[in-house]
Design a binder for this molecule. Structure first.
Ligand code: CA
Ligand code: CA
Ligand code: CA
Ligand code: CA
Length: 133
């Protein structure tokens, strides 16, 4: 299994695995596989399995890679949402608005920009992390 397939997961209840299918040996893989666990998952690293059924739909099956299920807004992947993640987001925001490209991880609503809506999502994710259950 190649280890360079980028995987990212969001929220304990729904994780999205994005990976780039490489046509040489990974041409069968979907460009995006939405992993929707039937039960709520704790933050952590999971192995997911992806397979293809007779109708061509992708289901959980063959082992793809370890999927980190992270807090929303945990950009550096160290399983917290703290100052370092704020710095990461602010940096991406400034880069976007100064024409230096878009960091897709910071475009929470996937509408192609990093704007006020994404700030709101990040701020509420930060507050959620620091709010005791
Ligand atoms: Ca973090
Ligand atoms: Ca940290
Ligand atoms: Ca956006
Ligand atoms: Ca927008």
């Amino acid at each position: 299994m190649p280890s360079d397939i980028p995987l990212s997961g969001y929220s304990p209840s729904k994780a999205v695995a994005n990976f780039t299918a490489r046509t040489d040996n990974w041409g069968d893989l979907p460009p995006t596989y939405l992993w929707t666990p039937t039960e709520s998952k704790d933050i952590g690293v999971y192995n997911i399995w992806i397979d293809r059924d007779n109708s061509g739909n992708y289901t959980e099956g063959d082992l793809i890679n370890a999927l980190p299920v992270m807090y929303l807004g945990d950009f550096d992947g160290d399983f917290d949402v703290d100052y370092d993640d704020i710095v990461y987001f602010v940096d991406a925001y400034i880069k976007y608005w100064s024409g230096q490209g878009k960091d897709p991880a910071c475009d929470f609503d996937k509408d192609g920009d990093i704007d006020y809506d994404d700030i709101l999502t990040f701020v509420s994710a930060y507050i959620d992390y620091w709010t005791p259950p």
